[in-house]
Design a protein around this ligand. Sequence first.
Ligand SMILES: *[C@@H]1O[C@H](CO)[C@@H](O)[C@H](O)[C@H]1NC(C)=O
Ligand SMILES: *[C@@H]1O[C@H](CO)[C@@H](O)[C@H](O)[C@H]1NC(C)=O
Ligand SMILES: *[C@@H]1O[C@H](CO)[C@@H](O)[C@H](O)[C@H]1NC(C)=O
Ligand SMILES: *[C@@H]1O[C@H](CO)[C@@H](O)[C@H](O)[C@H]1NC(C)=O
Ligand SMILES: *[C@@H]1O[C@H](CO)[C@@H](O)[C@H](O)[C@H]1NC(C)=O
Ligand SMILES: *[C@@H]1O[C@H](CO)[C@@H](O)[C@H](O)[C@H]1NC(C)=O
Ligand SMILES: *[C@@H]1O[C@H](CO)[C@@H](O)[C@H](O)[C@H]1NC(C)=O
Ligand SMILES: *[C@@H]1O[C@H](CO)[C@@H](O)[C@H](O)[C@H]1NC(C)=O
Length: 621
Amino acid sequence: MASLLLISTFAAYASSQSTTQQAASVTAAASGSQASGLSQKVDPGFAGFGIEPSNLFSFTGGDFANDVSMQFLQNLADYSGSPPHIRVGGNTGDYMMFDGSYNEFWIQADKNANGQGAIASNSLTFGPKYFEAIDRMPTGTPITYGLNLAYEGSDYISNIVTEASAALDNLKNVKVFSFEIGNEPDLYLQNGFRTGQWGGQEYVQEWQDRTSAIYEQVLKSRNISSNFFEPPATASTIGTTFTIADLVQDGILNKANGSDDSYVSGWNQHDYFYFVDVSTLPIDVNYLMDLDHTVSQFAYWQQEIASSAKYNLPYNLREMASIGPTGITGISDVFGAALWQLNFFLYAASLNITSVGMHMVDGSYANAWQPTSEQSNPPSAVVRPSYYSYVAMDQLIGAANSTLQIAALNASSLPPAYSTGSLRSYAAYAENGLMSLILINALQSNASQTPKNTLTVSVHLPSSLAGQTLHLSYLTAPGADSMHNTTFNGLSFEDSSSGGKPVSVGDGKLQSLTVGPDGVAAIPVRDSEAVIATFGALLGSNAVQHANGSNGETSSASAASSSASLTIATTAAAAATASVTGSGAPSKSGAVGLRRGRDEDLLRWMAVGTLLLGLWMMMYG
Ligand SMILES: *[C@@H]1O[C@H](CO)[C@@H](O)[C@H](O)[C@H]1NC(C)=O
Ligand SMILES: *[C@@H]1O[C@H](CO)[C@@H](O)[C@H](O)[C@H]1NC(C)=O
Ligand SMILES: *[C@@H]1O[C@H](CO)[C@@H](O)[C@H](O)[C@H]1NC(C)=O
Ligand SMILES: *[C@@H]1O[C@H](CO)[C@@H](O)[C@H](O)[C@H]1NC(C)=O
Ligand SMILES: *[C@@H]1O[C@H](CO)[C@@H](O)[C@H](O)[C@H]1NC(C)=O
Ligand SMILES: *[C@@H]1O[C@H](CO)[C@@H](O)[C@H](O)[C@H]1NC(C)=O
Ligand SMILES: *[C@@H]1O[C@H](CO)[C@@H](O)[C@H](O)[C@H]1NC(C)=O
Ligand SMILES: *[C@@H]1O[C@H](CO)[C@@H](O)[C@H](O)[C@H]1NC(C)=O
């Protein structure tokens, strides 16, 4: 009876914004141990990033630090309890040579370099300032650092040992978590880094040649154990001899000399949902938002995840994005991509993927934020909708104090207008108890479409939860095609005067509801919107127990008026959303000198052009 009342009360609220409601149904268990398909614990740095080495300074800033960009990382650290995992690696890492005497916030490109490769494997020089820039990231940021495998001049061992030592000695504020050696070596025949016989077996030999030298000359003296390396697993899905099973057979897990461990700390997998000029299907927002496509994309990789589990090693997806190499405007930079990305984080967690690094490249529309030119003073950054999916994931992780586990739920009685790919539902457990329910309604509804339909999902819970309050945190925007005015939990990051910090703007959404006496929670979620419904307290309102042991500040989520069972938030007009410059296109307005401008273009071309060259073989799905 009371739950009927609840639904009808809500209908009155919803009718002002939406057309007819439709209903679907899911069931969630009260404890993790009773849940089917429960994941392992989700690491607080789970929702991470990859940064293309030649483009590092765009994100960190060069001579002038990009404080806004670094604040975007710090927010996430504050929400989850630990900074996001960062991989500094990519194609251009295989062109990089460390020179301790090169003392500029810049990467020098040498067009006459002679190392083998379609682009020479020693054509970029960097120095200590490169590490100084990485060290601007939040304290304790776990870094997977990519070393050059492509270069094979006679001094290749001393070169890689020098690079590894320089990383460990110069990175002080962040924490080097692992080394990667070589970017996508299964594609080395295509980009000319190797000729003749080249497969998993040759790769494992060359890799061990380098890992053993680094262990002997760099790690041992620093008391770092041998298993400090993440071998890249296969990037292509056809004709490959680089699967985890192949590499294990080739001896990659052999014990290190004088150690009880191997050299392997986990795998370093790369994949994109879609890659321009490699994926053959046409792409639009609707295709991205059909979440069944994410499942078919990962059918292949699930075998690799299972292989990884067999050897008790973490499976890290360190290079990923909606669309590689640089996204597509109108698809990667609109709100639909934020819904895709929140689902991707949860889906990946449910598959026991240990970490997901969305790859950041200069000028990519898939970046969570777009930095201005590193030469502008001060450099800044403009947020994209997909950033809010990190905020949602990290507030969820933080609320669980590093004990988050995810289980995917199956919806039934989906109305005919919804395909199976339009709705995703997950349960989140903390300390084994049900903490949150996550509903993603990915049916496309653009900003101009009014009124919008709302789906009311009846979540069937054990009757022990009857009468409990669920606090609602919406991931919302005017529509699937919106580039601006996304909020999560009423927070906005678009105010250019806030230095990248959150501004509480509210969202006018329902703030909480009560589980009915029959154990059913009827949770409304509009088309093109997601909601996280949490027991106990609104996400972000409790202090987060930091993974490093300290007890943090509460994040500045909109204050919860959590006592009432049906409070409708008022839109906070106080904090005005400031205008955001540009439509998300990379700003090249900085005063860039002519020579430097040319080199900048060269670096960008290297990052992007060679992603294309190197990955022509990589299969979608
Ligand atoms: C994930 O890990 C948990 C805990 O180790 C295990 O119970 C579960 O079956 C794994 N799930 C998958 C999809 O492998
Ligand atoms: C612990 O992590 C938080 C969040 O990243 C950070 O603010 C704090 O400084 C860290 N404390 C220590 C002692 O490293
Ligand atoms: C390495 O560990 C040993 C024994 O635990 C210790 O005596 C030594 O000081 C450590 N060295 C460094 C560089 O931390
Ligand atoms: C193995 O370790 C020993 C002792 O540290 C050293 O002399 C030898 O060179 C190492 N062998 C290899 C292949 O690294
Ligand atoms: C996480 O820790 C905070 C601060 O100690 C506490 O208020 C909160 O209840 C904890 N959350 C869970 C799910 O245990
Ligand atoms: C959801 O459906 C899939 C496919 O039918 C099944 O494998 C899985 O166990 C179901 N999960 C739950 C929680 O019922
Ligand atoms: C929403 O906008 C996109 C891109 O502008 C367009 O392709 C799509 O057809 C629109 N969808 C609807 C349902 O209007
Ligand atoms: C965002 O919303 C505010 C307040 O509703 C509005 O004034 C502003 O024009 C919107 N910004 C964009 C870029 O649509």
